[in-house]
Design a protein around this ligand. Structure first.
Ligand code: FES
Length: 150
């Protein structure tokens, strides 16, 4: 049996360390892919109305950086909904006399609290968190959208 030289011994050690390092890096990247680091979105409070500005049962259209939103006074609370239909993205309109949102594209109908009443929309209107602070009504939006102005 041949005796291993110092050089051969060091080469073996180097190959094993390199192999283990490559394996560790691969496992680390797989773990990062499976469990991505998700940080919660930064939210910002935006003033959208004065309390009492909208009578109970009525809604106000808001143009937020080109996006249509609706602030609805449901009597006991305010809600803010996206004006984009959840079916194929048409703009809905508020029908105050019927207390509902109507999408003219495929006759989708949503209740005043954004739920689907009839038609093809697969889910309720997207909703934004609302807060009433003193006599002002605010909505909360993600920071990346907050560069927009009403
Ligand atoms: S896009 Fe609104 S019902 Fe189809």
């Amino acid at each position: 049996m041949e005796k291993e030289t110092r050089r051969e011994f060091l080469e073996k050690i180097f190959v094993r360390v390199a192999g283990l390092s490559a394996l560790a890096l691969t496992l680390l990247n797989i773990a990062k892919y499976i469990y991505p680091k998700i940080s919660p979105p930064k939210l910002r409070k935006v003033l959208i109305a004065k309390e009492g500005e909208i009578a109970p049962g009525e809604a106000k259209e808001i143009n937020f950086g080109g996006e249509l939103l609706f602030l609805v006074n449901l009597g006991k609370e305010y809600k803010v909904f996206s004006g984009t239909c959840t079916h194929l993205g048409c703009k809905v309109r508020w029908e105050g006399h019927k207390q509902r949102f109507f999408c003219p594209c495929h006759k989708g109908i949503f209740s005043s609290d954004g739920k689907v009443i009839s038609g093809p929309p697969p889910r309720p209107l997207d909703e934004f968190k609302v807060e009433v602070d003193r006599e002002f009504v605010y909505m909360w939006i993600e920071e990346k959208q907050s560069g927009r102005t009403i």
